[in-house]
Design a protein around this ligand. Structure first.
Ligand SMILES: Cc1ncc(COP(=O)(O)O)c(C=O)c1O
Length: 419
């Protein structure tokens, strides 16, 4: 558990605030983010790379809330974005364009124009087709796009098949062996300024070895590109650092920084990192309330007011989240099915989890919910969307109001010919 969460007189707190007080003020389900925890993670990463030329860009997709982006931008972080919408959010939150990276496999012309008009720092390009399109768009605007080519180093990594991105056959990037020829072509394009190479091999990676294997291939390609006469200066190593869900990663961020330093010393490259999960995952909980304790004789079901519509990771990836009673936990543990209200049998948070007995009305914290949580919530089953709170020390505020059902159908239109 992140040190920002802890018990006082048996009650679960976040920083200086009892979670029960947040439920009282904001209702449930509610995501509760710790500003102190996020700041500590960012500082740990910045400190680990002290003295090295590194730009950390927060992967906005992990949680795109404006307040979170503002918090990271004010610490000097840049933003790794994957859509025009994320660029707009980064700018709105006060991140300067010279710290914005734009990645993603499907940038369309409008998004390219948006990035170019703001003169963002780097486009991470995923294919020769995209490169040619970006060249055309930049030329029509009379400008040049700074491009890092995303290469696929063919290394399997990541906590789940669905979040492994650096293997041949994954849709991301170009084969690493094609870097020299593609950047050679890029250097002849009037609308392109090749600046570097990029890779991102997956997410929730809990060992150092796959990072090192991939990075060594990227470094080899980086040297080859430079030898071919294209003076690239940056290496963007992506994100993917694992966090502690069920088990801790077997390396610390200091180990990671030491490995990167060892293999990059003397290159003279500017490094870019794109962590998402590492910065936010463990620094938030999903606070939810027990609607029913349903005991069938054989099974004990804890039915919550949050479900796969609120946090989809368990249903989508079979992901593990620690589950904590917010009040004083009882001593007797029994296997418990922790489920949501949605009409799908995949709507669960834990199966057969040893938990103390909780009853109707009790508060439950689903831990490590800060990354790929609120941002993946949906309107499925037309339940009000979760609220979001930020805590900093002893102060807290609602940062996302609960989304009422009327807002969900606000943009729906019944055609007049239906009568
Ligand atoms: C290109 C890129 N960079 C960074 C990230 C962030 O990954 P993580 O949250 O695992 O650090 C992702 C995640 O999908 C990504 O696709």
């Amino acid at each position: 558990m992140s040190p920002v969460f802890g018990r006082r007189s048996g009650q679960l707190f976040v920083e200086e605030v009892p979670l029960a007080a947040i439920a009282e003020m904001a209702g449930t389900p509610v995501y509760v983010n710790s500003a102190g925890g996020m700041r500590a993670q960012a500082r740990a990463l910045i400190d680990a790379f002290a003295g090295q030329d590194v730009q950390v860009c927060y992967a906005v997709k992990a949680n795109h809330h404006l307040a979170i982006l503002k918090l990271f931008a004010s610490l000097g972080l840049g933003m790794d974005t994957v859509s025009g919408g994320e660029i707009a959010r980064a700018l709105k939150a006060g991140c300067p364009p010279e710290r914005i990276v734009f990645a993603g496999v499907a940038k369309d012309d409008d998004e390219m124009r948006q990035g170019l008009r703001h003169d963002i720092w780097q486009f991470n390009v995923e294919s020769i087709e995209e490169l040619r399109r970006l060249d055309q768009v930049a030329q029509t605007l009379g400008t040049r796009a700074r491009v890092a080519l995303r290469v696929n180093p063919n290394v399997a990594a990541g906590g789940h098949d669905k979040i492994s991105t650096g293997r041949k056959g994954d849709k991301f990037g170009v084969p690493v062996e094609n870097a020299v020829s593609i950047l050679g072509e890029a250097a002849r394009m009037p609308g392109i300024e090749p600046v570097g190479l990029h890779c991102h091999i997956g997410s929730q990676i809990t060992e150092l070895a796959p990072f090192e294997a991939a990075y060594l291939r990227v470094i080899e390609a980086w040297k080859a590109v430079r030898q071919s006469g294209v003076p690239i200066t940056r290496i963007d190593f992506g994100g993917g650092f694992g966090v502690h869900y069920r088990e801790a990663p077997n390396f610390t961020i200091a180990d990671y920084a030491a490995m990167v330093k060892r293999i990059t010393t003397g290159l003279g490259a500017k490094l870019v990192l794109e962590p998402g999960r590492f910065l936010v995952a463990e620094q938030a909980v999903l606070l939810t309330r027990v609607i029913y304790l349903k005991e069938t004789g054989e099974h004990r079901f804890l039915v919550l007011d949050a479900g796969m519509n609120t946090l989809i990771r368990p249903a989508m990836y079979g992901a593990w989240h620690d589950i904590e009673p917010v009040g004083i936990p009882g001593a007797e543990l029994a296997p418990t099915e922790v489920v949501g209200p949605i009409c799908e049998s995949s709507d669960f948070f834990a199966r057969g989890r040893m938990l103390p007995r909780m009853v109707e009305g009790d508060l439950v914290a689903i831990m490590q919910a800060g990354a790929y949580g609120r941002v993946m919530a949906s309107d499925y089953n037309s339940r009000p969307g979760p609220a979001e709170v930020m805590v900093d020390g002893d102060q807290f505020d609602v940062i996302t109001r609960r989304r009422p059902v009327e807002k969900q159908y606000e943009d729906e239109v019944i055609p007049p010919w239906l009568g």
